[in-house]
Design a protein around this ligand. Structure first.
Ligand code: NAD
Length: 495
């Protein structure tokens, strides 16, 4: 069986004292084992990153940018191989894996503009003969901890900007699908990144805690579930680190009575069941305004669900693959089987669908008459389960969403520009789509939710990442003639 090891200072390493299984979710077979880092192995990765830091941060910006231009080309050339790795360990269909890679490439393209992004500011003559300028300097070694559901894109969210800014990185990917990160680290090095700038350590809580507690790690980027995000934020900030910790989600899609209902039904299907609902921007709640809207929408969504093809992600005919593990599949099923007892109507029960083999498959489910207080509404399911909440008015829809503890993404479907504009102002959620079900911002903007979907101040990738991964320094300078020198104990004033 293949053993997946760390990538530290450009070398494969890692003892197999502790390992975790890596499954092929489409077959249920144990396809490989991944080593789980000890604290000493994390220390070695941080030491490699710290050793690579002085040279990398001193590397000219144009040469740094060259790495990203070459990396972009390598990602395009190798996307089939990378997509196959993603599908093998995650289960998502190949077209979806390629979609994830193309969104990750946006982050690399953004990073390639680093010469522009790292520009400081300059003010001449703030006082007589005194000039001021600011610079953005790297923070140092960055810890990057990523979830299973985007094994290539989320590592690129972090690594591209952090490295562009002159930092070095210790990346701890999900132990459930660890190979994509290794593939990326090798592509970075093929593109000219010196060994030690991007290190990959595999592991569980032991490795994560070692990163959070290491004095040489200056900033931590985390993406994962809310309980872990909260604890990462607390521990890393207690240790004096800069930290951004993105958490889970419960994304609502509001459908107004005037919306194009067929278009809304298509969008709901794509956003709820794409990647088997294992997306932090998946739509998991349809908020139908008015019973007539709800009745039509539920009928149209159910009709479309019947045509979805679920199967092995490597089969081009499959539109939806399996879930990540057997345990997660069973947990997702429990929300559907428990829904009726809580008062919801189970319109389509995906747990009843049977599949050949031992893959972690489940059918798609649709629940109607769901309300806050039911588990299916209150918790992040992270599977192919769509809940319909019926409300009477626009105001009721907005109040429902603004009261939800999660606030990652939201969408509004309407033909009325006035309603859409009101929604943009009223809604308290980090990323908003108007007739766009999955409003993941393009790479030139930043990604992040509000409330329990993000702990910390900075959103991830895009312009906010440049601030997160740099420290600004302001320099005030004066070049007086020797004759102008004088003693003055007063506080420096510019008037
Ligand atoms: P997870 O929280 O279980 O794991 C995320 C990372 O944290 C992994 O690397 C894992 O090894 C590590 N980890 C797990 N438990 C830990 C613990 N107790 N202490 C320290 N580290 C720990 O998340 P997941 O199941 O891999 O990913 C799915 C979750 O991620 C969902 O909740 C999803 O909404 C969220 N997510 C959020 C975003 C976003 O941008 N907000 C993006 C993708 C995924």
């Amino acid at each position: 069986m293949t053993t997946i090891r760390h990538h530290i200072a450009g070398q494969e390493s890692g003892s197999a004292d502790r390992t975790a299984p890596v499954f092929n979710p489409a077959t249920g077979e144990r396809a490989a084992e991944v080593v789980l880092a000890s604290t000493a192995e994390v220390d070695a990765a941080v030491a490699a990153a710290a050793a690579a830091l002085p040279t990398w941060r001193a590397t000219g910006l144009i040469r740094r940018a060259d790495v990203f231009f070459r990396l972009r080309q390598l990602l395009v050339e190798n996307q089939d191989e990378l997509a196959a790795i993603i599908t093998r360990e995650h289960g998502k269909v190949l077209s979806d894996a390629k979609g994830e890679i193309s969104r990750g490439i946006e982050n690399v393209e953004f990073a390639a503009g680093l010469v522009h992004l790292l520009k400081g500011e300059y003010s001449e003559q703030v006082s007589r003969g005194v000039d001021v300028h600011s610079v953005k300097q790297p923070v140092g070694v960055v810890g990057a901890i990523t979830p299973f559901n985007f094994p290539a894109m989320v590592p690129l969210w972090m690594a591209a900007s952090a490295i562009a800014c002159g930092n070095t990185v210790v990346l701890k990917p999900s132990e459930k699908d660890p190979s994509a990160s290794l593939f990326l680290a090798k592509l970075f090095e093929q593109a000219g990144l010196p060994a030690g700038v991007l290190n990959v350590v595999h592991g569980d809580k032991v490795a994560v805690d070692a990163i959070l507690d290491h004095p040489d790690v200056r900033a931590v980027s985390f993406v994962g579930s809310t309980p872990v995000a909260r604890s990462i934020y607390q521990r890393a900030s207690a240790n004096g680190k800069r930290v951004q910790a993105l958490g889970g989600a419960k994304n609502h899609m509001v459908v107004m009575p005037d919306a194009d209902i067929d278009g809304a039904a298509d969008a709901a299907i794509s956003a709820a069941y794409g990647s088997a609902g294992e997306r932090c921007m998946a739509v998991s709640v349809l908020v139908a305004v008015g019973d007539a809207t709800a009745d039509t929408l539920v009928a149209k969504v159910a009709e479309r669900m019947a045509a979805l093809r679920i199967g092995d992600g490597t089969d081009p005919a499959s539109e939806m693959g399996p879930l990540i593990t057997r345990e997660h599949r069973d947990k997702v099923a429990s929300y559907v089987t428990g829904a009726a007892a809580e008062g919801a109507t189970v319109v389509v029960d995906g747990t009843q669908k049977s599949f050949e083999g031992d893959g972690f498959f489940i059918g798609t489910s649709l629940l109607d008459h769901v309300r806050p207080g039911m588990k299916a509404y209150d918790e992040e399911i992270f599977g192919p389960v769509l809940s319909v909440v019926r409300v009477e008015t626009y105001d009721e829809a907005v109040a429902l969403i603004n009261a939800n503890p999660f606030a990652n993404g939201v969408a509004l479907f309407t033909r009325d520009g006035g309603t859409a504009r009101r929604f943009e102002v009223d809604i308290e959620v980090g990323m908003v789509g108007v007739n766009v079900p999955i409003p993941v911002p393009v790479g030139a903007y930043s990604f992040g939710g509000w409330r329990n979907s993000l702990f910390g101040d900075a959103h991830i990738y895009g312009p906010e990442s440049i601030n997160f991964y740099t420290r600004s320094k302001v320099i005030t300078s004066r070049w007086p003639e020797p004759s102008e020198s004088q003693i003055d104990l007063g506080f420096p004033s510019n008037h």
